[in-house]
Design a protein around this ligand. Structure first.
Ligand SMILES: Cc1ncc(COP(=O)(O)OP(=O)(O)O)c(N)n1
Ligand code: 3NM
Ligand code: MG
Length: 204
């Protein structure tokens, strides 16, 4: 199945707490989210696996893939569709070898130097960011702005999704920069109506 990066939801356990994680995800999917990433920095793998399995079951039939952030073992144990790793989250080659050829594998890239060194044959997409500073990720890199994003996209040999401080109003600028989509946390997870928040993102 073709990977649709147009609206990529990254979950946050605190921001999603108001409606519950699974309810937030399902509402966002009804609103048009095309990928879901389970991201939780606070719980153990043993706690995350059952949550990932429940989400995978809940997403069955929706056509929306479930990606696990950082944790290869959770991706493997839960039957998720893929894994997203950052520059310090292990080797792409090791992740691909463990996941197999069918799984979706994404990598975060913040600079042109990093981009020049990616293991592109083993990756499906890149997460480019942050476009803006964001409180959702305390340890984020220097913001790129839309010009920096456009430079990275132009040099990228893979589909890409922009991330960091992005809202529905930024869709036109992200498209002009050439990215295939937007990845968001607080624009959906932290809102009173996650379905409406997802629907507010213009689609092609
Ligand atoms: C789609 C997407 N892009 C980038 C990231 C950031 O990954 P990383 O740099 O590993 O940071 P953490 O998310 O692990 O804090 C992402 N998660 N998703
Ligand atoms: C998970 C993540 N990764 C980033 C990166 O720059 O790689 S920024 C980020 C958080 C994005 O949250 P929000 O949409 O609420 O700004
Ligand atoms: Mg990471």
């Amino acid at each position: 199945m073709r990977l649709d990066l147009s609206l990529y939801l990254v979950t946050d356990p605190d921001l999603c707490a108001a409606h519950g994680l699974q309810e937030t995800v399902l509402a966002a999917v009804r609103g048009g989210v095309s990928v879901v990433q389970l991201r939780d920095k606070h719980v153990s793998d043993a706690e995350l696996v059952p949550l990932a399995r429940r989400l995978k079951t809940a997403l069955a039939g929706s056509g929306v893939p479930l990606i696990i952030n950082d944790r290869l073992e959770v991706a493997l144990a839960s039957g998720a569709d893929g894994l997203h790793i950052g520059q310090d989250d292990g080797e792409v080659a090791d992740a691909r070898a463990a996941l197999g050829p069918e799984a979706i594998l994404g990598l975060s890239v913040q600079t042109l130097d990093q981009l020049a060194r990616i293991d592109k044959g083993r990756l499906d997409y890149l997460g480019l960011g942050p476009v803006f500073a964001t409180p959702t990720k305390g340890d984020h890199a220097e913001p790129l702005g839309f010009e920096g994003l456009a430079e990275l996209v132009a040099a990228s040999p893979l589909p890409s999704v922009a991330i960091g401080g992005l809202k529905a109003e930024h869709v036109p600028a992200v498209r002009r920069a050439g990215a295939d989509g937007l990845a968001v946390v607080s624009a959906i997870c932290g809102t009173p109506d996650p379905e409406a928040a997802a629907r507010a993102f213009p689609r092609r």
